[in-house]
Design a protein around this ligand. Sequence first.
Ligand code: F6R
Length: 244
Amino acid sequence: MISQDTIDNHAKLIAFQIFTAIEQKKQNNEHLVLGLATGSTPIPLYQELIRLHQEANLSFENVYTFNLDEYCGLSENHSESYHYFMHKHLFDHIDIPTKNIFIPSSKVEPVFLKDYCVGYEKHIQELGGIDIQILGIGRNGHIGFNEPGSSGVSITRKIELHHITKRDAASAFGGFDFVPTHAITMGMKTILSAKQIYLMAFGENKKQAIKQAILGDITDELPASFLQHHNNVSYCVDFNINTK
Ligand code: F6R
């Protein structure tokens, strides 16, 4: 059973860490780079960040954001596009400058794809790398859209979506056959380069993937297991991974 109190507590704690990090950077006249995820999991965190903006004067003027992924082929106004999601759930409610927001494009022409993906990586590096990366996890152990089979040294690229990912998205798109077949995703190497990572997973249906990610072998069959190579990951869950 999903525990809303536990989820809200995780959201508050992570939001407070982000708040503190933004304020620290501000005092040094520096910027903070956030890596952001979409999906149902981070919504309570985004709500808490909005609350801090509205009630505690948290400003995002010195923040840059890089989203993990976007479906290929959808228009940015499509209600299932990650551009739409991010504006609806966060950006429209805070004072982040539009020029500081980076989300992979859904409309890159094949001939420009390689340069586009290299450019996404370069932008992250030029801004000093990701300070704090927010992650959810798929039931198949994907992180971003690094689907099973993704290498631990992969960078931003176009990827074919796994059948479990498509099945999980099917109802939102009105059926399996309407789910986009491909996406652009940051790579595992990109994600592992973040200084600090919060992986959130709520609900029993995420338990197996998290358990394998933390306790299982490191394997490209479960890309989240590559996080074992990182020394600053917080796993924020609402279940006990030591039980069956
Ligand atoms: C989306 C992303 C995905 C989701 C994952 C879980 O930007 O990075 O890896 O985090 O599919 O999705 P939800 O939170 O909807 O269960």
